[in-house]
Structures are given as C-alpha cells and as structure tokens.
Design a protein around this ligand. Structure first.
Ligand code: NAP
Length: 433
C-alpha cells in the first residue's frame, strides 16, 4: 500500500515538500490540495508582476506536479470543501503548507479607515489574486504612505510609480494597470520606524529604484550615518554597507529630476491614521534607537496622504484543530512535525521570512519526518478524496486543467507581456467547459 500524503497549499513550500517527498518517501502518493484553481501561491500572487525572472521557479514546480505520483486538486478549499479532520482520516500524513496570507495588523488609531489596505490585500489586488479582485483601492490620491522597510514595501512602492511602458513586460492585470497608471500619484513615502541600516531591503531591489523612468528616489542625508558600526553578522554588515551606499546616492538626487518622488522617511513611527471615514494623513513620531529598538522622541509630524499600505509583515490564518503558538504566530511544531500524521512547512512553520528557496529545507525536513513516521501506509488517500469531493458535487481543477488555463492566459497576453491573468475563478473555470 503506498503511503498517502496530502500537502495542503500549492505555493513554494507545498511544491518543495512534494518534491522532497517523492525523492525520500518510498512508494508514496502525494496529493496537493489548493484553494485556488491556479498553483504556485506567492510566486503567482505575491512576487511582483515586473519581476518575472523570479517566477521562473514555477517551471520546476510544474515538473513536480507532472510526476506520476503527484496529483493536483485545485479549487478545493480547506475548511469549506473538506475539513482537516476529514483529510487526516483519509491520508497517512497531512502537510500544512498554507503560508501566511493575512496582514499583520497595524494596531494604531485609525488603522481601519477606508483607504488603509494591508500589503497582503494590496499586492493580491495588483497581482490578480481572485480573493482581492474587488478590493478597488481609491488611487485618486497624490501621496501614498507605505509603512515598513522590507522587500514587500519596496515592491508596492515600485509598482505604484513605474510607468505603463516600464510595466509592459509584466503581467500586471488590466484592472490594476488602469487604476495605477491613471492615478495622480506624485509621491510614495516609504516609512521606516528604524534607520537605514536596519532596513531589510535587498540591495538589488533597492538599487533598481535609482533607474526608474518617471520617479526619483530620495533619502534625507541627515538620516544617513557615516558608516556601519556595532555588533552584527558579517552578512548583515555587508547588506547595511551596500544599502547605505545606495541611500547616499538617493540623498544626492534632485527632487525635480522626475515627475514623481519615492521618499524614504526613516526614524518615523506611525502613531495614527488621520481623517474622517477615509484616510487623510498619517501622524508620525520621530524615533531614536535604543539597543536597536525604535523609541519615540515625542516630536511628531503629520503627512497628508490618501492611501496607506502597511507592509509590516504577514500572519497565518487559523485552522481548526491546529495549535498556533501565541507568541510566534506559527503552527507549534518540532522540525516540521506537529504530531505524527500532521506536519507543517514554509511560513506556517517558521513565520513570514525568507525567499522562495528558503522553503526547500522545510520540505526536506518534513519529508524526513514523514519517512520516519509513516511506516507501511494503509489509508486510501486519493481515491477517497475523489469520492468525497464527487459526493459533495465539488469540482476540482487537475494540473492538466490548470495547464489549459495557463495556455489561455498566455495566448491572451498583450504584446511584450507574458500573460493576461484571469482574476475571477469563474472565468478560469469557463475555459475548461
Ligand atoms: P519584513 O522583511 O519582515 O519587513 C517588515 C517591515 O515592517 C520591517 O521593516 C519592520 O520594522 C516593519 N514593521 C513591522 N511592524 C511594524 C509596525 N507596527 N510599525 C511600523 N513598521 C513595522 O517583511 P516583508 O517585507 O513583508 O517581507 C516578507 C519576506 O518576504 C521577507 O523575508 C522578504 O525578504 C521576502 N520578500 C523578498 C522579496 C525579494 O527578494 N525581492 C520580495 C518580497 C518579499 P522592524 O525591522 O523595525 O521590525
């Protein structure tokens, strides 16, 4: 009897796990259960539409999906179409590879006003994720404040200021392109509660901002230290030094060089979102660093803006029957094992940090645990899931179905673009009918 394994979530951690399982668990059958018809998770819905080369990893994932021991069950939502308890009853092992799809809350007064859109939702919207197709952010604004100094903040800021020509070779969906390129945005402020040396920006992404066609990146020379000092790892020091050099270049730029500005504001802690029902500004408090932490100095300033995008990290969605550690916000686990029969990988295991490839070792860990625990198998797996879904009248999308959706998107691509994404699940399913 093969060992039957369900991997829930077909993003990077799901695919790396599936690949590791077929390598290291002899005679296993791996079924990937995914809420959307489309696979690849954040590679499709998170990685910025103008960073197509990062999306190339989906070719390797597609090879895994095409493996004879792997099946894809797209458009099957955990907790709605099938419960975790049911999957655990059917499969010898269940791996949660659910990522961290929710925004960490911006817990300041006014954080719930109209015009505050967390990065998970905002990025999902401009990436054509069906769950956010109706977000409809009002971009009829002159200034946007993006909160956070991580790579997601850079993605959001860059996508908002690039021109239509610069985005021509991207897969930015039409609804987002129309809204962004028709918007009167003059300035995007990137707000960091700490300093330039503490920013988590990858230098490649930061440097890219120096070459934008219609936008000049700016930093305040007063915020830039003379050098990188203090205890830190060699890797952190090298990044801080590179970023400092890049910020020095930004500080020397002339705001009048381009039509738009992308302004880094460091040592600025968000205190309150201002306005009535709708955002009208952001109150910031100047900070200083004490033992690496941002401490308010009492000096405040108000920055007028019409849109606030907190890009301050993600969190996982609770799943019935899964223990989440209150402190870390991730599934309680030891090396990927929650308990025998239940495992976790990726951001649900270790928090929303790291790049796509970081998930590979999670997959290897989980596969090793399952190889140890699973024994001879015995649960029916795939045939039982198919029977359960059929019995409920739930239509699932197989990988070859996705390949037809994929081909239709590619065929509909505007010149220079890789694809024109479907953003509605019904439109995807219609292709299959
Ligand atoms: P991140 O790297 O953890 O950055 C989060 C930022 O939010 C930090 O600057 C943090 O400041 C700030 N923050 C947190 N809470 C805050 C608050 N209450 N008020 C103000 N600021 C707050 O997270 P991310 O940008 O969401 O990225 C997630 C992961 O995906 C990262 O590992 C990232 O590198 C990766 N990613 C990579 C790429 C790429 O390689 N191109 C693209 C996108 C994402 P403190 O540092 O002060 O806590």
């Amino acid at each position: 009897m093969p060992v039957s394994i369900a991997v829930i979530g077909a993003g990077p951690s799901g695919f790396y796990t599936a690949a590791a399982l077929i390598k290291s668990v002899r005679d296993c059958q791996v079924d990937m259960v995914e809420a959307l018809p489309t696979p690849f998770g954040l590679v499709r819905g998170g990685v910025a539409p103008d960073h197509q080369s990062t999306k190339a990893v989906s070719k390797a994932f597609a090879k895994t999906a095409a493996h004879e021991r792997v099946a894809y069950f797209g458009c099957v939502r955990l907790g709605q179409d099938v419960s975790l308890a049911e999957l655990r009853g059917i499969y010898d092992a269940v791996v949660l590879a659910l990522g961290a799809p929710l925004d960490r809350e911006l817990a300041i007064p006014g954080g719930g006003k109209l015009g505050v859109h967390g990065a998970a939702a905002f990025v999902g919207w401009y990436n054509g994720h069906p769950d956010f197709a109706d977000l409809n952010p009002d971009l009829n604004v002159e200034r946007v404040c993006v909160i956070g100094n991580g790579n997601v903040a850079l993605d959001v800021a860059r996508v908002l200021v690039k021109t239509a020509a610069e985005m021509a070779s991207s897969d930015l969906p039409d609804h987002a392109a129309g809204a962004i390129h028709g918007a009167p945005i003059q300035e995007v402020a990137i707000i960091g509660r700490r300093g330039p040396l503490q920013a988590k920006f990858a230098n490649k992404e930061l440097s890219e901002l120096g070459g934008l066609a219609d936008c000049v990146p700016l930093a305040d020379a007063k915020d830039l230290p003379d050098g990188v000092t203090g205890p830190m790892s060699e890797r952190t020091r090298r990044l801080a030094e590179k970023n400092l050099k890049t910020f020095r270049g930004f500080a020397a730029r002339n705001p009048a060089e381009r039509r738009k500005r992308l302004r880094f504001r460091f040592y600025a802690m968000p205190l309150e979102v201002l306005g009535g029902d709708r955002v009208e500004g952001l109150r910031l408090e100047r900070t200083c660093l004490r033992e690496g932490r941002a401490i308010g100095t009492g000096e405040t300033m108000d920055l007028a803006c019409g849109l606030v995008v907190p890009a301050i990290g993600y969190r996982m969605a609770p799943v019935e029957g899964v223990p989440i550690d209150a402190e870390t916000g991730v599934v309680r686990n030891r090396n990927g094992r929650v308990e025998p029969g239940l495992y976790v990988a990726g951001w649900a295991k270790r928090g929303p940090l790291g790049v796509i490839g970081t998930n590979k070792s999670d997959g290897d860990d989980v596969a090793a645990q399952i190889a140890q625990d699973a024994g001879q198998g015995g649960k029916p797996g795939r045939s039982a899931l198919e029977a359960l879904l059929r019995g409920r009248g739930i239509r699932w999308v197989a990988f070859r179905d996705w390949q037809r959706i994929d081909a239709a998107e590619i065929a509909a691509a505007p010149p220079a673009a890789p694809r024109r994404k479907f953003v509605r699940i019904n439109d995807m399913l219609e292709i299959l009918d």
